[in-house]
Design a protein around this ligand. Structure first.
Ligand code: DQA
Length: 148
C-alpha cells in the first residue's frame, strides 16, 4: 500500500521568497512543495502539502488525516508558540511527527523559544533553512518504512 505523508505549513509561509529573506531564504513554498513531492515519489510515498493562515483550518486538516496519513511534517510557524489547539490535534495522530522551522527558533527572540509541539513530536529540525524540510522527509520516510 502506498504511504501518505502530510506536510503542513502555517501562517505567512505562503510568503516565503518575499518574507524576510535574510531569515527565511529566497526559496518559495511552491518550490519546497514540488521538491518534497518529487523526493516522496522516489520512495513511493505520496506527499500531500497544505498551507493555511488559519489555526482552525490547520486543526481540521490534522483531524481529517487521523487514520489516513502515515506521517506528518509540520511547520506551525507563529502558531508553534501559542497553539494548544494544534498541539491537541497532533495528539490525535498515532504516526511519526516532525516539527520543522526554517530558522533556529532558539537563537531568536525569547517568545520563539517555546514550542507547544516540541515535546509531543518525534523530532524537531530548526535552523537548517529549506534543507530542513528535505532532511525531515528523509528521516520520516525511514520511520514510516520501519513502522510498516
Ligand atoms: C518559523 C519560526 C516562527 O517563529 C515564525 O513565526 C515563523 C516561521 C520558522 O520556520 O523558522 O513563521 O516557524
Amino acid at each position: 500500500m502506498e504511504k501518505h505523508l502530510l506536510v503542513i505549513h502555517g501562517p505567512n509561509l505562503n510568503m516565503l521568497g518575499k518574507r524576510e529573506p535574510e531569515i527565511y531564504g529566497s526559496t518559495t513554498l511552491y518550490e519546497i512543495d514540488a521538491k518534497l513531492k518529487a523526493l516522496g515519489e522516489m520512495s513511493d510515498i505520496r506527499v500531500e502539502t497544505f498551507q493555511s493562515n488559519h489555526e482552525g483550518a490547520i486543526v481540521e486538516k490534522i483531524q481529517e488525516a487521523v487514520g489516513k496519513c502515515h506521517g506528518l511534517i509540520i511547520n506551525p510557524a507563529a502558531y508553534t508558540h501559542t497553539s494548544v489547539a494544534i498541539r491537541d490535534a497532533i495528539l490525535l495522530l498515532d504516526v511519526p511527527v516532525i516539527e520543522i522551522h526554517l530558522s533556529n527558533i532558539y537563537k531568536r527572540e525569547p517568545f520563539r523559544h517555546k514550542s507547544m509541539v516540541a515535546d509531543i513530536a518525534t523530532a524537531q529540525i530548526s535552523g537548517f533553512g529549506v534543507q530542513g524540510y528535505y532532511l525531515a522527509l528523509k528521516g520520516i520516510v525511514g520511520r514510516m518504512k520501519d513502522e510498516s
